[in-house]
Ligand binder design. Structure first.
Ligand SMILES: Nc1ncnc2c1ncn2[C@@H]1O[C@H](COP(=O)(O)OP(=O)(O)OP(=O)(O)O)[C@@H](O)[C@H]1O
Ligand SMILES: [Mg+2]
Length: 406
């Protein structure tokens, strides 16, 4: 293996920088001069934007890992171990994982080996390269759940492409730990859409109607949840996105720490404007009412539809977690508290004051969302694909959230 390996960083197809791996497994990310000098440069990340709008080019080198902006594009947990195993690389060595998976990353970025070697060095050393090429997946999605990028068929089914690349839907497989998670997510996202939030097309799909599911993911039964990717246009072209762990330069394992809803609100107010502040408030209110304790930094994203301006991305990963984990504590601090029993109009006024959001917009939006939630939940809860256990858990939870009565 050569001592130094380089991955070209391409954004919307143009080379904008490199990640270089040097002996000792250190990685260095640097922008190209052309990108630095381009006054109309497409945005890679707010992480690299300074307070005057200039580009931050002084990026610390990392050991074994890559800098958080790139580390956040890799899956976590068992999903990561699974893809690493198939690629024949250690799940800890992030540069080599990116090498294997960098052809199909979230957003409009691609990582391509500079010397053209399609596969990273085989650390497992157990197969010839042809075998490895057949086995390897070339896509990456963040998060913990097992999920794949898929193509929708005319008949309504979904196909996971051979070698895993391409596809404009995400299929999230059922959890082996908790029952009914796809049904729960489908129901919560449907409710959010009915209440007026920006929700992509979604589907519940019988596992029988999904072809191309790989071996080795265990016995699965029932349905999977599918959502249309908002970072892929109809013609297959890519739309850039980033999550708030990337914006705040936080490694994925710190997604519950190091930043709060106030920090997210600050960014939305400065970069995106009032419509997105209202949408942020709707989503905060809704997820507190359904008892979603998992809205961490990676479950909020920005989208760059015009390649430069940040807007709040469409919604994803809304799940009522209280039926599974008996904790009514939000993933991130809202106002002064993480406790959902403290979530009130007063708390939102405090947040508005701190983040300098228009207070009336915040409180009006919150009240409207609560009213719509009650109306739509009462009408829909019997029609949704939810067990009575989940409905009862949400009904009991709502009574503990002050905003629900305001
Ligand atoms: N519709 C979508 N379009 C584009 N990207 C998406 C979409 N839905 C999710 N993503 C991206 O994929 C990542 C994983 O999705 P999601 O959050 O639903 O998975 P998860 O495994 O349930 O996450 P967690 O680790 O929070 O449990 C998200 O962080 C986001 O970057
Ligand atoms: Mg998530």
């Amino acid at each position: 293996m050569p001592d130094v390996s380089v991955l070209n960083v391409l954004l919307h197809g143009d080379a904008i920088g490199t990640i270089t791996n040097v002996p000792g497994d250190q990685s260095i990310f640097a922008f190209s001069q052309g990108y630095i000098d381009n006054p109309r440069r497409p945005t890679l990340s707010l992480r690299f934007k300074d307070s005057l709008g200039g580009l931050i080019t002084d990026i610390p080198k990392t050991q074994t890992r890559v800098t958080p902006f790139f580390a956040n594009m890799l899956p976590e947990g068992s999903m990561r171990d699974y893809l690493a195993l198939r690629a024949g690389v250690s799940s800890r060595r992030e540069f080599f994982l990116l090498w294997a998976l960098g052809a199909d990353l979230p957003g409009a970025m691609i990582l391509a080996p500079a010397d053209g070697a399609e596969l990273p060095p085989d650390e497992m050393d157990d197969d010839d390269d042809d075998e490895r090429k057949k086995r390897i997946f070339r896509f990456s999605l963040a998060g913990v759940q097992l999920k794949f990028s898929a193509v929708k068929e005319a008949a309504g089914g979904l196909t996971i492409p051979v070698q895993g690349m391409g596809g404009s839907w995400i299929v999230k497989l059922p959890s082996t730990k908790f029952a009914g998670v796809p049904e729960n997510e489908f129901s919560m996202m449907s409710l959010a859409a009915k209440i007026g939030m920006d929700v992509p097309d979604i589907k519940l799909v019988s596992l029988k109607d999904i072809s191309g599911l790989p071996d080795g993911i265990g016995e699965l039964k029932g349905s999977a949840y599918a959502i249309r990717r908002f970072d892929r246009a109809d013609d297959g072209s890519r739309i850039h996105i980033e999550d708030f762990a990337q914006v705040f330069d936080v490694f994925p394992e710190d997604k519950y720490k190091r930043a709060s809803m106030r920090n997210i609100a600050d960014v939305i107010a400065a970069e995106a404007g009032q419509d997105d502040i209202a949408e942020l408030i709707r989503r905060m209110v809704f997820n507190t009412l359904i008892g979603n304790a998992d809205m961490h930094l990676k479950n909020w994203s920005l989208i760059y539809s015009d390649r430069r301006t940040a807007r709040l991305s469409p919604a994803y990963d809304f799940v009522s977690t209280i039926p599974y984990i008996d904790s009514a504590k939000s993933a991130l601090t809202i106002g002064r508290s993480k406790q959902m029993k403290d979530f009130s109009i007063e708390q939102l006024k405090y947040l508005a004051g701190k983040a300098r959001l228009p207070e009336k917009l915040v409180t009006d939006t919150a009240r409207k969302t609560v009213a719509l939630f009650h109306e739509i939940w009462a009408k829909e809860k019997k029609n949704l694909a939810l067990s009575s256990k989940v409905v009862d858990a949400i009904d009991a939870h709502i009574k503990t959230v002050p905003v629900a009565a305001e």
